[in-house]
Design a binder for this molecule. Structure first.
Ligand code: GLN
Length: 197
């Protein structure tokens, strides 16, 4: 495998709808090194950024979903509907969505069906002061920041915290309510890259 993978160049688009997303970019680089892959990260701010470059995978970071919806639907960007269209065009396209990104997948509000099939409640653990770190049932160090909470999950449960779903998977689309980019374990970023291979 390691003789083949370096030949492959994976292009990961990262939605930059709210501020810098450098922890995710670092995590992708780490995951890429661990898999001996060559990876290029493309920062997406507008629909043109998406049109100018063929991406293999998409990273939808956290932030504030209300702000991300406003910026992403703004005439100057129009990135958000274009990202949803990209996902819907080919259902197997790899997507990793975290926190507010998970809210956007579960509740895209673009007139189409949800991109992961689960109920989701915003800020369901409380506000900023109720942010916490807790080890998931699979051993992953979960960082929860003003995190949403899944209700009924109709897709595959990817990971749990005390038995409750905190990650949902629909094929190559993964929605996590925590922030995997803020821990040293790059397994979810590796999953995104592996789904491209
Ligand atoms: N509370 C945010 C929202 O509702 C999500 C928080 C996060 O992404 N860290 O969009």
């Amino acid at each position: 495998m390691s003789e083949v993978w370096p030949e492959i160049m994976v292009v990961v688009g990262i939605a930059m709808l709210q501020g810098a997303r450098h922890a995710h970019i670092d995590a992708i680089q780490r995951a890429s090194d661990e898999l001996s892959l060559t990876t290029k990260v493309v920062e997406l701010r507008t629909i043109e950024d998406l049109q100018q470059q063929d991406i293999d995978a998409l990273l939808l970071p956290g932030g504030e979903s209300t702000v991300m919806r406003l910026r992403g639907n703004d005439e100057a960007s129009r990135l958000l509907p274009a990202l949803f269209a990209w996902m819907r065009e080919n259902e197997s396209r790899p997507v990793l969505a975290t926190c507010a990104g998970a809210i956007l997948l579960a509740d895209p509000q673009d007139g189409g069906p949800p991109l992961v099939d689960a109920e989701i409640d915003r800020n369901a653990y409380g506000g900023q002061v109720d942010s916490f770190e807790s080890t998931l049932d699979c051993g992953f160090p979960g960082v929860f920041i003003r995190a949403p909470r899944f209700g009924e999950v109709r897709d595959h449960v990817e990971c749990t915290l005390s038995g409750e779903a905190v990650g949902v998977r629909n094929g190559n689309r993964i929605a996590l309510t925590f922030h995997p980019e803020l821990s040293n374990d790059s397994r979810y970023h590796r999953m995104l890259l592996e789904a491209c291979a």
